[in-house]
Design a binder for this molecule. Structure first.
Ligand code: ADP
Ligand code: MG
Length: 701
């Protein structure tokens, strides 16, 4: 039977090719089915009416019932607007239209009861409703099937073509009324009964046309649960399969490389957390199963050392290891640290990045395939086809949030048998997001900083306090400290941003004149050599201040830098602010993070700044970030391979449902890992369908 849900949306009455294209481009609605699964973002109780004399302009929306008492078009041709005076007997408001003036004017009937709905705004002394929803009261009441009216988000482009929330609702009404749409159940009966879930058909009807708040919340629960359930089923089924059917290299011993490093080279005592994590990794490596572990640890918690020790174990078992970092600066830094730390241990470490010369590359390729290269450190360049190992046993990926899941997968395909994989991230990921993005990985957490670190003090200043900040900087420099000043660079190509940076640099040079002070500048437009040169000058203490863009965001380690000044801090996301702050506080001195902002901040920006001032805890910050922005916007998630958009569940709010879905999936898979049982047939079919439909964002095979 051809599925009605697969019908092209353009063939629906009231759509046509032009609107279809818009719906497709703007909302990704191509078929009847897509429309059915386009869910409202809010509901408004439309049985509630305001009296006009109660209306305040700060209400999010209002609904009033009344009549039009006068109607006027004002202004010249293209600036024409239509203003209707509207009263309910307690007062008057103005309904205002800027578009379709003539047409709307002709349809309005004085003396008839209308329901007007919209967002109130204040214009002079009058309350206005701009482009209100307006309907004759008699018609409105006849059609009202539910007191809770669904609202659908649209875009400016859609609104210009008169596709509003209302239009979408009409189309969906059409689906139910004229097409009598029915969908097949997508969860097995035993689960539905056990979890007391509302049927899919009923849930879809309720989500669009709720008949009561209670049924609406049951419908929401069912749909959210299902959405999260299948993501977990996909990810955990792969994890189960991998663990049960794919062999991992067995690193059975800890040998000379590890032991010599541990007793002779280790410059400090490991923290308890580092010890625990190394044990966890060691256990994985010896288990015979392929390791897939996520190592989370706040900036400065000492992940590099853990990475190195894991690589030494690989070498003790005659395997090669590689470490991939998201930027050249970072790769270079890892290279320097690791060569220094392993000096005298006869370990061949090389660096491969986009700017490695051909001659160096040739040597690296030869040593890699010959097996004489032990550790390869680099950037994305490591993923290239031409990079072939002799026996790659361990892959370490630093700062995962910059890499896509697909890239991760490419690395493990460098061997017939997949190498062990350790993914390290300094961006604390809220639990819910981790379960979704990295639900196939085991997780280790370094929840302890090396001893002697003082918590960073974070202070917020507005631009008017700049002189005070300069004074403070001078005092810090006198005490021998160094300072970062970071400017936002949202898009590397934006001229505006560079202007901010250059102006900033210029005024800093004036306030901190040479020869008394030396200032470095680093940004993405510089050539690699120049960047490295400037970084090196700063690292070695030749310059006091480093003016930079976010290129220094990740991982850069300069213990003597104790002040991080973030300009236009309101333009940064929370996780980025936290990352930047983590650049200081690495030495024993008291460190400071100064957030500079303008005077006028949005509520959300205020909350971001306040969170930064209040806490140093990366996980807490990540949770706030998720709540404020939603997972789609969380720093790095787009790049990090969350190519599906959740239609209804929200990782910031639906953590409990997610946990419930994950537990349910675990129970099912423990019983029936391949979903071969007849009762799980629906699950197998539906998963296949979702995976085919592109939900297969994880390429782990
Ligand atoms: P991360 O990558 O987790 O942000 P790093 O590995 O760069 O952190 O470590 C930060 C700094 O702390 C480095 O200078 C490192 O040498 C130092 N460090 C790491 N582990 C310890 C430890 N156990 N005791 C003291 N210092 C440590
Ligand atoms: Mg690091």
């Amino acid at each position: 039977m051809p599925d009605l849900l697969d019908n092209d949306i353009q063939y629906m009455q009231g759509v046509g090719p032009k609107r279809a294209e818009l719906l497709n481009n703007e909302l990704n609605i191509k078929t009847f089915g897509d429309l059915l699964f386009y869910f409202p973002y809010k509901y408004i109780d439309r049985t509630k009416f305001y009296r006009i004399n109660e209306i305040r302009s700060n209400l999010p929306y209002i609904q009033v019932r009344g009549q039009i008492i006068s109607l006027q078009s004002i202004g010249a041709r293209h600036k024409k607007r239509l203003v209707a005076e509207f009263t309910d007997g307690t007062g008057t408001i103005e309904l205002v239209w800027f578009q379709g003036v003539n047409w709307i004017k002709d349809t309005l009937k004085p003396g008839v009861d209308y329901i007007a709905f919209g967002k109130p705004s204040k214009y002079g002394l009058k309350i206005n409703l701009i482009h209100p929803d307006l309907e004759e009261a008699s018609k409105y009441e006849a059609q009202l099937s539910s007191s809770l009216q669904a609202y659908y988000s649209t875009t400016e482009k859609l609104k210009k073509s008169y596709v509003t929330s209302r239009t979408i609702q009409k189309l969906i009404t059409n689906l139910f009324k004229n097409f009598k749409i029915e969908v097949r159940e997508t969860l097995p009966e035993y689960l539905m009964n056990k979890l007391r879930l509302l049927a899919l058909n009923e849930s879809l009807r309720q989500i669009h046309f709720p008949t009561s708040p209670d049924l609406l919340s049951k419908a929401q629960f069912r749909l959210k649960f299902e959405e999260l359930f299948y993501i977990q089923l996909n990810i955990l089924k792969q994890k189960f399969t991998r663990e049960n059917y794919i062999d991992g290299f067995v690193f059975h011993k800890v040998g000379d490389y590890f032991n010599r490093f541990y007793s002779n080279k280790l410059p400090f005592e490991l923290t308890g957390a580092q010890k625990r994590v190394i044990k966890e990794i060691r256990k994985d490596l010896g288990s015979g199963k392929q390791m897939n572990r996520l190592l989370q640890g706040d900036v400065g918690s000492g992940k590099t050392l853990v990475a190195l020790m894991a690589m030494l174990i690989a070498m003790d078992n005659e395997f090669q290891a590689c470490l991939m970092a998201p930027t050249e600066i970072l790769a270079m830094q890892h290279y320097t640290t690791i060569t220094e730390m392993t000096e005298g241990l006869d370990i061949n470490v090389k660096l491969l990045t986009g700017s490695s010369r051909k001659s160096e590359r040739d040597i690296i390729h030869e040593e890699l395939t010959g097996g004489t290269l032990h550790i390869l450190i680099g950037t994305h360049a490591l993923i290239e086809e031409t990079v072939q190992f002799n026996n790659l046993g361990l892959v370490i990926i630093d700062e995962q949030h910059r890499f896509g899941v697909a890239q991760r997968a490419k690395l493990w395909k460098k061997n017939v048998q997949p190498p062990h994989v350790l993914v390290m991230t300094a961006t604390p990921i809220p639990r819910t997001l981790a379960m979704t993005l990295y639900g196939d990985l085991d997780v280790s957490v370094i929840n302890e900083l090396p001893p002697g670190r003082k918590p960073i003090k974070t202070i917020h200043f507005t631009d008017s306090k700049r002189l005070r900040v300069h004074g403070f900087m001078k005092q810090q420099i006198t005490e021998g400290r160094q300072i970062f000043i970071v400017y936002p660079l949202i898009q590397e190509s934006e001229k505006m941003d560079y202007k901010d940076l250059e102006d900033g640099y210029f005024s800093i040079k004036q306030a901190f004149p040479s020869p008394q002070y030396a200032v470095s500048i680093v940004h993405g437009k510089l050539k690699t050599e120049d960047k490295d040169f400037e970084m090196e000058r700063f690292r070695s203490g030749k310059t006091h201040i480093m003016v930079a863009t976010t290129v220094i965001e990740v991982g850069v380690d300069i213990p003597n830098a104790s002040v991080m000044i973030i300009e236009s801090a309101e333009r940064f996301g929370l996780s980025q602010l936290h990352q930047l702050r983590g650049r200081v506080g690495r030495g024993a001195d008291q460190s400071y993070c100064i957030l500079m902002t303008s005077n006028r901040l949005t509520d959300e920006a205020k909350q971001r700044i306040k969170t930064m001032v209040d806490t140093n805890d990366g996980f807490e910050i990540a949770e706030v970030d998720l709540k404020l922005r939603g997972p789609g916007d969380i720093e790095g998630t787009q790049q990090s391979g969350m190519p599906f958009e959740l239609k209804i569940a929200n990782l910031g709010r639906d953590g409990q449902i997610l946990q419930y879905a994950r537990d349910t999936v675990m129970d099912i898979l423990e019983d029936d890992p391949l979903l071969d049982d007849a009762k799980n047939n629906i699950l197998k079919q539906q998963l296949k369908k979702l995976v085919k439909g592109g939900f297969n964002w994880s390429e782990i095979s």
